[in-house]
Design a protein around this ligand. Structure first.
Ligand code: BDP
Length: 605
């Protein structure tokens, strides 16, 4: 059970939420002595850095960009006197990958895991109507005991260096908004919603958790602000007559308001936009409101110039506009839960989201995405430290599901990306994470994991756990690329025929396929890396998709070019983007647009 509420901070009649975004003091702890040197009381220097943002791409020194270790943030915090007697928190959208929070020199809390929110209860540590000092130590070292997996090595000159087992830059720092919040002592902590559609009406089953015993009441308002249902009690059902359902690109949002009352007096109020919809897997179909849907879209990243993985509201807007333009209806939050604002936008825009926890790099390999697919390395889950990893992984699943479960956009949980699945040791590990997701989600949304190239019908021990079989496949890129593409197609079809022969009666989805393409390169006839080849590759791949009825979606890798660690396989980043890193279309974007605009929502339904 989580210690802190995961609800998004909002100001209401009973609550206050003050964003602390802006410039914070910043210090790179190159000697790792911050703790001993008393940084908790205040950090050295005068350097300022923006929050939210990754710290890496602002500076001109390579040792800052590549830094592995502790970085420190500090700012003053004025806490209004009227808040005395309330519950006062600092709420971090994320701190990558772990953090310790100090207020006025006192350690308040620690949090492990870089992509989910946490709160520091500072009620007893602050001076009211006065300035206080907040110091946050953020550490970005990678290990096989935490997700995402990797290692931290020490170079001959004594510097530490991160070695990710994954293919995206290890951006870190305070990458999401920080809020100062004040809540009443008794407050709405969490709630769960589940829907049932009955003809024109809908039933909304709910459960509310509060920190006290007073009466809880719920109101539901439509988009015009008219009250359409109400209920009392911490659990129950509301009937919504003539319910407007939440649909793809036609997202109707009701507003749920939860109040805690003491007679006529209001103790707490929390409101959130919700969408009435059902999600289900039936046979080989993915059903939204009982109707089949074919997923078209992307694996994405939170990644942009200068701010790195920092939440960027402008980039978010542009991304949604491009996704609408191209005819996409969905995306996967590869390879970590995204900023909460992105799910709010997907709710509003009617996009279907596969929400992925940061379990990436669960493979015995330094260049995971290449070596791992060769099948040479196995038995990742046999390590002595696996139980520690599993614990961190389960905690992240709990935090993710608690945070995101009430977003109508979230239609499935992706519990791992490209893990090792060929050794029996993976099986009990998978069982634990898949069971946990099922147990935590009252909507029992489909669960999946993205399967690497060597997780094949005859080698993968874990696909039976998935409700949707999600494949990451690169026939024509990592396998038989270029002039050998006809061979790639033969191999691809051979694999798909083998899946077909298993007759799993489950939907298949491509969570990754793609070819690195330089936005600057044209070549007639094509060569690999040219825009012409990206189109050839897509035509072949889409032909294969269209030959199998059980394939119910395609999410190309990647929406946009993104930063990775430097290396011989990456030209200043991964270039599989359909859009460049500054969000302009490559030629393939027009091909995809023609295809996706032409496919019916219920294609192959
Ligand atoms: C897959 C990974 C993804 C990589 C991609 C690639 O899931 O993170 O970026 O391949 O190689 O292995 O482009």
């Amino acid at each position: 059970m989580l210690e802190n509420s995961m609800l998004y901070p909002r100001t209401t009649v009973s609550r206050r939420a003050v964003p602390l975004d802006g410039m914070w003091k910043f210090w790179l702890d190159e000697n790792g002595t911050g703790e001993k040197d008393g940084f908790a009381d205040g950090i050295p220097g005068k350097d300022l850095i923006p929050v939210p943002a990754s710290f890496q791409d602002f500076y001109t020194q390579k040792n800052i960009r590549e830094f592995a270790g502790d970085v420190w943030y500090e700012r003053d915090l004025f806490v209004p006197g009227e808040w005395e007697g309330r519950q006062v928190f600092l709420r971090f959208g994320a701190a990558t990958h772990r953090a310790a929070v100090y207020v006025n020199g006192r350690k308040i809390t620690e949090h492990e895991g870089g992509f989910l929110p946490f709160c520091a209860d500072i009620t007893g540590a602050v001076h009211y109507d006065a300035d206080n000092k907040v110091v946050v130590k953020v550490n970005n070292e990678l290990a096989v005991t935490n997700i995402p997996c990797g290692e931290t090595i020490t170079l001959p000159d004594g510097r530490k260096m991160n070695k990710p087992y994954f293919d995206f830059f290890n951006y870190s720092g305070l990458q999401r908004s920080v809020f100062l919040t004040a809540l009443p002592k008794e407050y709405v902590f969490d709630f769960d919603l589940d829907y049932e559609i009955a003809g024109k009406d809908a039933f909304l089953h709910y459960q509310v958790r509060t920190t006290g015993e007073h009466e809880t009441v719920l109101w539901l308002y439509d988009e015009e602000g008219r009250q359409v249902a109400a209920s009392a009690g911490k659990s129950g059902t509301m009937k919504v007559e003539n319910a407007r359902l939440w649909r793809v690109h036609d997202a109707y949002l009701y507003r749920l308001v939860i109040r805690i009352l003491d007679g006529d007096a209001l103790i707490d109020e929390y409101g959130q936009e919700i969408g009435i919809r059902t999600v289900e897997v039936k046979g080989t179909s993915i059903l939204l409101n009982g109707e089949p849907v074919y997923l078209k879209g992307f694996g994405k990243h939170e990644d942009s110039s200068i701010v790195g993985r920092g939440f960027n509201i402008g980039v978010m807007k542009r991304d949604f506009e491009l996704m609408k333009w191209i005819g996409a209806n969905s995306f996967r939050t590869a390879h970590y839960p995204y900023s909460e604002e992105i799910y709010q936008m997907a709710d509003r825009e009617g996009f279907l989201v596969i929400d992925e926890v940061a379990a990436v790099g669960l493979f015995e390999s330094l260049m995971n995405f290449m070596e791992a697919s060769s099948g040479k390395k196995t038995a990742f889950f046999k390590k002595e430290t696996t139980p520690i990893l599993l614990k961190a992984h389960k905690k992240a699943i709990e935090e993710m599901i608690t945070r995101d479960k009430n977003h109508p956009c979230v239609i499935a949980w992706s519990l791992l990306n490209e893990p090792e699945t060929t050794d029996e040791a993976a099986v009990p590990y998978f069982k634990e994470v898949f069971d946990l997701a099922h147990e935590l989600d009252v909507q029992k949304r489909p669960r999946t994991f993205a399967m690497i190239m060597n997780s094949l019908p005859d080698t993968c021990k874990c696909y039976p756990f998935s409700d949707i079989i999600a494949l990451n496949r690169y026939y024509g890129w990592y396998v038989s690329g270029g002039y050998e593409i006809s061979q790639a197609e033969v191999l691809f079809r051979k694999e798909m025929d083998a899946w077909k022969a298993l007759d799993l009666n489950k939907p298949f989805l491509f969570t990754e396929y793609g070819a690195d393409t330089l936005g600057t390169e044209h070549k007639l006839p094509s060569v690999m890396w040219s825009q012409e080849y990206q189109e050839e590759y897509l035509k072949m791949t889409h032909d294969v998709f269209d030959s199998y009825d059980f394939i119910k979606g395609e999410q190309i890798w990647n929406f946009a070019d993104f930063q990775t660690t430097e290396g011989i396989l990456r030209v200043n980043g991964n270039k599989k983007g359909v859009f460049t890193r500054d969000r302009q279309p490559k030629d393939a974007a027009y091909l995809l647009r023609r295809r996706w605009k032409g496919l019916l929502e219920g294609f192959k339904g």
